[in-house]
Write a protein that binds this ligand. Structure first.
Ligand code: NAD
Length: 312
């Protein structure tokens, strides 16, 4: 098959590209390198079945040749990016998603949207189920990202209904692993790089807020299975293993053997108090559940940062 991965030089996209190339597919990776990095895909450059296109999904695109599958991951993701560039974030969600959906319609490709657990906002029910409609603010500081993704889901569903595109919607919960940028403010690379540098780990609020972390190879497996499943509604993908942020800080310190201490900082506005996916639907329709235990995933991640991105 010939597969397009937008956002393919990013964290998740580059692991997905690795997997698709290893499975024997021809992969076109498109990225504007705003948060993605060439180093994530450098090793694929010698693969004859891999091609990198530096482009922005907001701009008119020319991807020649047929496409069988499109994984649409291109988006500013982290608070650092979407708080600083809310317009680019909304444009990627609206204009970018429209362009890629048009391409999917033209090529009759299966289109998979990388949506997010952020569409649930600060959830009213716990754990989060696909039927929850969400509790978000259209004008809050995180609105460019979460409302953008909500619009992208609506547009995806509309292309499915009106244009007959075979659409898939992955509601991705916190995913982590090697290649996350050490400087992008996400909690795991932030804690790991601080621990490896022997600096304090800063926990927001009391650290009682919960998160559930999925290791990247599990997420890639889920995305590949979802693209092949005949299911057009949103599907939660993530690890239901929930923990407090304070316990995560303690675990990272323990596993890295760091002398770091824990400090506390102010809780950001709109920071969700609890986050855990209900993955019953993914279990049923994809026969999938996470396989990598947290301690093992954290160990692999710590090893990566120690070897590949050591503290300056
Ligand atoms: P990432 O920042 O590493 O990847 C996003 C990629 O998109 C980057 O390579 C970036 O350069 C590229 N990009 C951004 N705007 C673009 C544009 N206009 N045109 C072309 N490329 C553009 O983040 P990630 O964690 O790999 O996220 C990938 C996708 O998964 C995103 O859509 C994100 O919303 C979704 N997601 C990720 C998580 C997670 O925990 N990692 C959770 C929920 C949803």
């Amino acid at each position: 098959m010939r597969v397009l991965v937008t956002g393919g030089a990013g964290f998740l996209g580059s692991h997905l590209a690795d997997r698709l190339v290893a499975d024997g597919h021809e992969v076109v990776c498109l990225d504007n390198l705003s948060s993605g990095r060439r180093r994530n895909i450098e090793h694929l450059a010698r693969e004859p079945r891999f091609r990198f296109v530096e482009a922005d999904v907001i701009e008119p695109l020319t991807i020649s040749g047929p496409l069988d599958r499109i994984f649409h991951l291109a988006s500013p993701v982290t608070c650092i990016h979407h708080l600083a560039r809310p317009i680019a974030t909304l444009r990627a969600a609206a204009e970018g998603t429209r362009r890629i959906l048009d391409l999917a319609a033209e090529c009759r490709a299966v289109f998979l949207l990388a949506s997010t657990s952020e569409v649930y906002g600060d959830p009213l029910a716990h754990p989060q189920v696909e039927t929850d409609v969400g509790h978000t603010s259209p004008i809050g500081p995180r609105s460019a990202y979460d409302e953008g993704k909500r619009f992208a889901e609506a547009l995806t569903v509309a292309y499915g209904r009106e244009r007959g595109v075979a659409v898939r919607i992955a509601r991705i919960f916190n995913t982590y692993g090697p290649r996350m940028r050490p400087d992008d403010g996400r909690v795991i690379p932030e804690f790991v790089t601080r621990a490896l540098a022997g600096r304090p780990l800063v926990v927001f609020g009391t650290g009682a807020q919960t998160r559930s972390f999925c290791y990247v190879s599990d997420m890639v497996e889920a995305l590949v299975r979802l693209a092949e499943a005949d299911y057009t509604g949103p599907v939660n993908l993530g690890n239901p293993d929930e923990m407090t942020v304070l316990d995560l800080a303690r675990e990272v310190i323990g596993l890295s053997g760091a002398p770091s201490r824990i400090e506390f900082g102010p809780l950001p506005q709109d920071d969700p108090a609890r986050r855990r996916p209900d993955i019953a639907l993914a279990r049923r329709i994809l026969g999938w559940q996470p396989a990598v235990p947290r301690a093992e995933g954290l160990r692999r991640t710590i090893d990566y940062y120690r070897k590949e991105e050591p503290p300056a």
